[in-house]
Design a protein around this ligand. Structure first.
Ligand code: UTP
Length: 275
């Protein structure tokens, strides 16, 4: 059973300034729900009811969002507005929320290492809330990945084909296709030039990691942008053992960028939001 999911939410969200100057990127609403709540709902659906946040300065509203607001409950209780609290009440009933602060933003790998004390020695999910993934009525991406983990018992990264001109924004894999949509990864590069990219299969913000990743991150020197990169640690893990790539079912929106966020908003308003 994988019952914990790590949410690295300490980043600065510079691509969304000035909106993210004092508000966390993860609290930006796609229609009427903050990005991070979509992520938490996906994790809970996958059975990961312990949601562990790696936060930073200026991110307290995330902790408040996953707590009761007595004043609001009191104000709304018994009125027709209760329906608006339904989804978050549901999340609060099912989930347990833990937090640790990353004091210095030294990269995603470092954020994950910071979350170690909340995870312990067990496999866990990682969800980057700015990648919004939707799969209609079907299983969410993390739930799909849990099914795959149960088969392979090794780290799994969600991958997606991206246009060649965009590979420089992602970690990119090379590997052998085992069956439709599943790859055994033998190499990974973070943010490669178009000409150095081993494929157009990009890693997106969903992972299942085995706990040996923590020791590997400890030994991983800073890489691209001077940050400790999860991709570099996964590359080591792939060489020592096994890391699988999984082409997930569903749509993914890059909500860390303005165009992706607008696209997600339009999509959710038309297809998901109950008007
Ligand atoms: P991003 O690369 O999207 O960085 O991080 P960012 O700071 O959030 O956004 P931009 O690029 O400045 O606009 C990927 C994920 O890793 C987390 C971020 O919160 C985001 O979910 N992260 C990154 C951390 O938690 N700590 C870090 O040191 C770096």
């Amino acid at each position: 059973m994988i019952n914990k999911c790590l949410f690295p939410v300490a980043g600065y969200g510079t691509r969304f300034l000035p909106a993210t100057k004092s508000m966390p990127k993860e609290m930006l609403p796609v229609v009427n729900k903050p990005l991070v709540q979509y992520g938490v709902e996906e994790a809970i659906q996958a059975g990961m009811t312990t949601c562990a946040f790696v936060t930073g300065r200026g991110k307290r509203s995330i902790a408040d969002h996953f707590d009761i607001s007595y004043e609001l409950e009191h104000q709304i209780s018994g009125t027709g507005k209760e329906v608006y609290l339904e989804s978050i009440r549901n999340v609060l009933d099912k989930g347990v929320f833990t937090m640790v602060r990353q004091r210095e933003m030294k990269g995603l790998g470092h954020a994950i290492l910071t979350g170690r004390s909340l995870i312990g020695n067990e496999p866990f999910g990682v969800l980057l809330s700015d990648d919004l993934c939707l799969n209609g009525e079907g299983d969410g991406v993390l739930a799909q990945m849990v099914a795959l983990y149960n088969q392979f018992r090794c780290s799994i990264v969600a991958i997606q084909e991206v246009p060649e001109d965009e590979v420089h924004k992602y970690g990119v894999i090379s590997g052998e296709s085992m069956k439709e949509g599943i790859y055994r990864i033998d190499g990974m590069v973070e943010k490669p030039n178009k000409k150095d990219a081993p494929s157009n299969l990009a890693i997106i913000g969903r992972y299942i990691l085995t706990p040996d990743i923590f020791e590997i991150i400890e030994e991983t020197p800073p890489g691209a942008n001077g940050e400790i990169q999860l991709t570099d640690a996964l590359q080591t893990q792939a060489q020592r053992g096994c890391v699988m790539g999984y082409k997930f079912k569903g749509r993914r929106f890059d909500c860390g960028s303005v165009p992706g966020f607008v696209e997600a908003t339009n999509f959710v308003y038309e297809n998901v939001y109950d008007k």
